[in-house]
Design a protein around this ligand. Sequence first.
Ligand SMILES: [Zn+2]
Length: 123
Amino acid sequence: MVGEIIAGLLFSSMALLADGLHMALHATALMISAFAYFYARRHAHDESYSFGTGKVGTLAGYSSAILLVMFALVMVVESGERFLHPVAIAFNEAIVVAMIRQVAIDAVDEGIKCEVLAYKIVT
Ligand SMILES: [Zn+2]
């Protein structure tokens, strides 16, 4: 994710930059959700929350959606800018980073499949 963002900026690759920011948004949304979950649990019996903390999760989802829209707007503006004023893309370097990313994702995916299979065998 961080490598993709850095490589996207270095090699002028919108594909790497967009994918890296996309993954960063997922990580941020996950952190917002985790924070909301623990915050809501901690204050679940707090009397100052007249209607409970049930809406904290909704607010977290709303915040994530706002971030997604902001991210999409940034990408639209950047893409439009590059459409009007094209920049040279270092394709060879960008392809290498994209291949490393794909191998890493495939490795994680296979690891998850093995974990699920092991869980099914055990249970
Ligand atoms: Zn996604």
